[in-house]
Design a protein around this ligand. Structure first.
Ligand SMILES: [Zn+2]
Ligand SMILES: [Zn+2]
Length: 412
């Protein structure tokens, strides 16, 4: 068997792992790296099948390209398919607005939506002698790990993005015994704070902001983070408003309750917030809200920019970031320089700015513990800017730890 990372090996973003046996050519994930302009993975050869782990664009964003350019079997959970439909149409809009050439078009996207076969947790698909079983990856609703059984009996687990702890939204992933473990390493060398502590700090900060007469703007990724936040605010008694794509994604998740830890809680959490659907409501939110949860999470577009534009001069207000801020994005700019780019103009922001760690990825020790319990002989680490700390920890129990680079073919 050979594998080749077409992207996303020594970086977070544009992941694609190509796997080839004598008879099967299979791709696991195929996304792009959001940026200005976006970065794309290398092209795969002809394929028999492509498996999509979850909806995030760094994993899913190039599936329409596959559908349009490589006639093959496409497999994703129904939740992933439904969420990607929203994200991918939005991607086309963003590309058009920013003037970037998209590697795929609306017809390719329609083809992807037509072709994608549903995958079920604990179900399997076989491709020319390779069997692929699906397990929940935690992370976000619908996220799956692929357990790959090769014709010679060897097994490999491709985790993709992984979370082992139970969040308010989804249950954590369980280890799967395998010979080769291909594991993500986003949090290599870094640990998370206890989630309850982070939630308390966020709620305390919103309390402080509202007591001093300000509004807390909470930029949040539409998929996963928005729903976590709705659940966090559910019993806190604040006047919370929800704006942007997160609303639509929450509805999709509620339509597929099996992927959620507690769909009734999420449903009641959504009912307790005021939903912004008009400009008039947006103005009301800025006057009345204690907190406004809105996309985009990296402050790159969506309603969050209009809130910041209106509220930026008053230092009673706060911007509370809840997710990873990629270097170069507006959210990172806010943290580093207290400025944002709005319509091409650099704007000074007087609001208080703070970041909270609501990550949906396993932290360093959680990755090590998970890997140990999979009992692999060989570990392959990808989806990370700094794999060394994780590699060192994994060498304690694995015979071999491999850190591939993009485009480097490995025989296993
Ligand atoms: Zn993800
Ligand atoms: Zn990812």
């Amino acid at each position: 068997m050979k594998i080749n990372f077409l992207g996303g090996a020594q970086e977070v973003g544009r992941l694609g792992m190509y796997l080839e046996t004598e008879r099967a050519k299979i791709l696991f994930d195929y996304g792009f790296k959001p940026g200005k302009p976006p970065e794309y993975p290398l092209a795969p050869p002809d394929l028999d099948a492509a498996f999509l782990s979850h909806a995030h664009l760094d994993h899913s964003g190039m599936f329409p390209w596959i559908a349009g350019n490589r006639k093959c079997r496409l497999v994703a959970t129904p939740a992933t398919k439904a969420i990607t439909e929203v994200l991918l149409y939005d991607t086309l809009k963003i590309n058009a607005a920013e003037g970037w050439t998209s590697p795929w078009d609306k017809d390719d996207l329609k083809q992807y939506l037509h072709d994608a076969h549903p995958a079920a947790f604990n179900g399997d698909v076989s491709v020319n002698g390779v069997e692929v079983n699906f397990h929940s990856a935690g992370h976000i609703p619908g996220a799956m790990m692929s357990e790959i059984i090769l014709p010679d009996g060897q097994s490999m687990l491709f985790t993709s993005d992984l979370s082992v702890r139970h969040s308010r939204l989804v249950w954590g992933a369980h280890p799967v015994r395998c010979d080769i473990l291909a594991i993500e390493g986003t949090y290599s060398g870094r640990e998370h704070k206890i989630r309850e502590q982070v939630e308390k700090e966020l709620l305390d900060k919103v309390d402080e902001v509202s007591t001093r007469g300000g509004v807390a703007i909470i930029p949040a990724f539409a998929v996963g983070r928005t729903q976590e936040l709705l659940l966090t605010f559910r019993d806190a008694g604040f006047n919370v408003w929800l704006d942007g794509m997160g609303r639509k994604i929450t509805d999709i998740m509620l339509d597929m309750p099996d992927y959620l830890r507690d769909s009734r809680k999420l449903s009641s959490a959504q009912h307790r917030v005021s939903v912004v659907q008009t400009d008039h409501a947006r103005k009301r939110a800025m006057k009345e809200a204690d907190a406004i949860i809105t996309s985009s999470g990296m402050v790159e577009g969506g309603p969050v920019l209009s809130y910041i534009n209106h509220l930026k001069h008053d230092n009673k207000n706060a911007i509370l970031l809840t997710g990873y801020q990629v270097p170069g994005c507006n959210g990172r700019r806010l943290m580093d320089t207290k400025t944002v780019m709005i319509n091409g103009i650099e704007e000074k922001v007087e609001c208080e700015i703070q970041k909270f760690d609501f990550s949906a990825h396993a932290g360093h020790s959680e990755l090590v513990e998970f890997a140990k319990n999979c009992q692999p002989k060989k570990v392959i680490i990808y989806h990370s800017d700094d794999r060394a700390p994780l590699a060192e920890a994994m060498r304690d129990f694995a015979e071999e730890v491999v850190l591939p680079n993009n485009g480097q073919e490995l025989s296993l």
